[in-house]
Design a protein around this ligand. Structure first.
Ligand code: DX5
Ligand code: ZN
Length: 221
């Protein structure tokens, strides 16, 4: 069974703690926090202080996705704020191996993320050093974008790489995940499903989450 990581990018930021508690009660497994700096991606969102406030609102794992340049400058701050998982983009890290080691030395789980157009080759030599691979299935920056189907073979190929390694590395997909796209992602071998707009649309978060979770059961071949 996969896990759902609800992206608070689609929440009402004016009542963020309440929204985090609402999706926790509605059954999400993790909370996904999208940090954007207006440089690595065109949008600007939140920083460590807001993550610290979210930390107070929930006991669920905080899955922090850094879409920022020079993420190595902020690792300590996000760990202090309460991140359980810290993800950096391969495109933002010239010394990716060192940055991932630093995340682990800080005592949290390390995620390596890659954009839709980035080949998996860039991850090959760090797969043994991460706890999770995040494959972007939209271009990072905004919620509510359309799933990019060309990323499906990449998800499948990444699954094979992880299985060949026989290491406990999770595979996360992020962007455009909803009832109409999740089956193919389950089939391609994803473990963790980030969903923002599909969770926060309308008022029935529990209904939205249970619909997604119905699809997250892997078929046994
Ligand atoms: C996009 C973010 C995603 C985003 C997903 O840059 O990384 O986590 O919130 O939103 P939806 O699920 O609406 O595509
Ligand atoms: Zn994200």
């Amino acid at each position: 069974m996969g896990k759902l990581s609800a992206s608070i990018l689609s929440a009402d930021f004016g009542r963020l703690a309440e929204q985090v508690r609402a999706v926790e009660e509605a059954g999400t497994d993790w909370i996904h926090v999208d940090v954007m700096d207006g440089h690595f991606v065109p949008n600007i969102t939140i920083g460590p202080d807001v993550v610290a406030s979210i930390r107070k609102a929930t006991k669920l794992p905080l899955d922090v996705h850094l879409m920022i340049e020079k993420p190595e400058r902020y690792l300590q701050a996000f760990v202090d704020a309460g991140a359980d998982w810290l993800g950096v983009h391969v495109e933002a890290c010239p010394h990716l191996h060192r940055t991932l080691q630093n995340i682990k030395e800080l005592g949290v789980r390390a995620t390596v993320a890659c954009n839709p157009a980035t080949p998996l080759a860039g991850l090959e030599y760090v797969l043994n050093d991460v706890d999770m691979v995040l494959i972007m299935t939209v271009n990072p920056g905004f919620g509510g974008q359309e799933f990019i189907r060309a990323t499906l073979p990449k998800v499948r190929q990444c699954r094979q790489m992880i299985d060949a390694l026989q290491a406990p590395v999770l595979l996360e997909v992020d962007g455009g995940v909803h009832q109409g796209t999740i089956d193919e992602l389950v089939d391609a071998g994803a473990d963790i499903f980030v969903a923002g707009s599909a969770v926060f649309s309308g008022a029935d978060y529990a209904g939205n989450i249970s619909e997604l979770k119905k699809h997250m059961v892997k078929k046994v071949n």
